[in-house]
Design a protein. Structure first.
Length: 587
């Protein structure tokens, strides 16, 4: 945060005043009432009706600009559009029609967004699958979704190839960037090389233009089937609509604009933004709802250049930020810390950074300060959301984040939050309970799981499973996952609260707290911690630090310090099962 920004009185307008001004009639963010799934709901009046409209907007407004960068490959918005239309034609020839599922399982490659947008243009349901999964995990999602076609890269093909016999509904597998010849196993002839359907990235701009598929689409048609991270069991497919995606895009634009209004500054002219395209370093997977709906669809809407990485590596990231004049970076807090603390940072020009945003895991207040020191032009930002909310549900940035660094931010004007007791009854402001949310970005249901749907989606509300509280102005404070709360001798211990204190220690980069069985107390808290590069701290020092800020029963009885990063899934959430195994192995 720059000194100039930090010195201004804050806020110029209250949150309610800012929302009222921005959603007034005639505003780009005007709200209206609509029937969504049979229920009256506040919606964005000017949201893109469908993802197809987002695709067309990107092509029409940013055609010659660079859209995708991957190593030495580049594609313009126009080249991407031509490749997408050709792929839609190829998928249609394979029998894909409206309502079919087309799965995509690959690294962050230029082919990924082509496959996803081609699917949506046909009115089919794009089904991103966690590319980190094992062969059986990939096969589970393909079978559960009933995907007609799968688009995979060579690594995923190697994992799936032996399991094709278990997937009779899968008609075709399109394989991109296979290092070995595609030889169908056991006479299975469903595999086809991407190269035989669509040329390499460099040729996309030279492809002949093709018409849009003649498919009728409405805001409430099904568009996405995104699988939850599955940290506690089999992944669930969250079925979202075009309205869900469009609402998420409006929320992102609204939150940025709200920062200016709260600050009392004029909102930048969109035309000026188009004249100075932004660039985002993509350090999270496309298959995560943030990667797909917030970043990919958002880039098409805003004209942002996406710089892809094969895998996260801090110094490679800094070289890309310098070379591509990246304006936005982030992912999870660990990534921000690695950029800030890396000893080679002084060797790179990172002055283009204007935003360092993250989510998926808690971050210390010290991180906000360090971002301002390391990247003076960069605004910090974070938020809370889940697959079921089509990405970020609350947005927290700029001075709001500086003044409430332990909050996840407020909801959008079209969305609602409430904190409930175990019976679903609303609790007073400030009390901790389960967070329930609703809004036009909440998905319809879980795919093929009526019992899970009935437990989670109640009268238009989504039970999130997160414990939190709301303050008087409507800012959300996440306390813990409901299932992660420990009970030690009858006393509740929120793992996230203890983790947050550990993050405040200047040597700590990442922390995870879990429960350890105790014969009389039931459970005791223990922790795994990774330190910042070059930092030194002992377990006893860290335990004393926690004891100085929390009640004694909340202090981890044991802390293990490890050199490797803590295990997190693609959404940035700690994988507690793996964390427990690591802790037991260190015992």
């Amino acid at each position: 945060m720059s000194d100039v920004t930090a010195s201004k009185p804050w806020p110029a307008l209250s949150l309610a005043q800012a929302h009222a001004a921005l959603t007034a009639p005639g505003s780009p963010f005007e709200t209206a009432e609509a029937l969504v799934d049979g229920r009256a709901m506040r919606v964005w009046k000017n949201a893109p009706p469908t993802v197809r409209d987002v695709f067309l907007h990107g092509r029409a407004n940013f055609g010659p600009n660079t859209f995708l960068v991957y190593e030495d490959e580049r594609a313009s918005f126009e080249g991407f559009a031509r490749a997408t239309l050709l792929m839609a034609e190829r998928l249609a020839a394979m029998g894909v029609v409206k309502g079919d599922r087309v799965a995509v399982a690959m690294r962050n490659l230029p082919e990924w967004p082509v496959a996803v947008l081609a699917t949506v243009l046909l009115g089919a349901i794009t089904t991103p699958i966690n590319a980190w999964g094992t062969g059986p995990e990939l096969a589970y999602c393909l079978a559960d979704s009933g995907a007609k076609v799968a688009v995979v890269d060579g690594e995923r093909w190697a994992r799936l190839q032996p399991l094709l016999g278990e997937l009779p509904e899968l008609r075709q597998v399109i394989v991109a960037r296979a290092t070995d010849p595609i030889a169908p196993p056991l006479g299975d002839a469903r595999a086809i090389a991407w190269a035989s359907l669509l040329g390499p990235t460099a040729t996309w701009a030279d492809l002949p233009d093709r018409p849009l598929p003649a498919v009728e689409l409405t805001p409430d048609d099904d568009a996405t089937l995104l699988y939850t991270s599955g940290t506690t069991g089999a992944a669930k497919g969250a079925l979202g609509t075009h309205r869900c995606s469009g609402s998420t895009l409006m929320a992102g634009a609204f939150s940025v604009t709200r920062n200016f209004v709260r600050r009392g500054e004029a909102v930048p002219d969109p035309a000026a933004a188009r004249a100075n395209p932004r660039a985002l370093l993509l350090a999270i997977p496309f298959f995560h709802t943030t990667g797909c709906q917030v970043i990919l669809f958002g880039a098409l809407q805003s004209g942002t250049k996406l710089v892809l990485m094969r895998r996260w590596e801090p110094e490679t990231a800094m070289a890309l930020i310098q070379a591509e004049r990246v304006t936005s970076a982030g992912g999870v807090p660990t990534i921000a810390w690695q950029l800030i603390e890396h000893p080679a940072r002084a060797h790179y020009d990172l002055s283009s950074l204007e935003s360092v945003a993250y989510g998926g895991a808690p971050a210390s207040a010290a991180l906000v300060q360090r971002i301002g020191e390391a990247f003076p032009k960069a605004q910090p930002g974070m938020g809370w959301g889940m697959t079921e909310t089509s990405g970020t549900f609350t947005h927290h940035g700029a001075e709001d984040y500086v003044h409430r660094p332990d909050s996840a931010g407020p909801a959008m004007p079209v969305a609602e939050m409430k904190i409930t007791d175990d019976d679903g009854l609303a609790l007073p402001t400030g009390q901790v309970g389960e967070l329930w949310v609703r809004g036009p970005n909440v998905v319809k249901r879980y795919w093929n799981k009526p019992e899970e749907t009935a437990k989670t989606f109640i009268d238009g509300w989504l039970r999130t499973g997160d414990l939190g509280r709301l303050d008087d102005e409507g800012f959300l404070f996440i306390v813990d996952r409901k299932k992660d709360m420990l009970i030690r001798g009858g006393e509740n211990i929120y793992c996230a609260e203890v983790e947050a204190v550990l993050y405040r220690h200047p040597a700590v980069m990442d922390a995870g707290v879990i429960g350890q069985a105790h014969p009389t107390l039931g459970e005791e808290p223990v922790a795994l911690v990774s330190l910042k590069p070059g930092a030194v701290a002992s377990p006893d020092e860290l335990r004393a630090f926690v004891r100085s800020q929390l009640a004694g029963f909340k202090v981890p009885v044991r802390i293990v310090i490890q050199s490797d990063p803590l295990p997190r899934n693609p959404t940035g959430k700690l994988v507690k099962k793996t964390l427990k195994a690591l802790f037991e192995a260190a015992a």
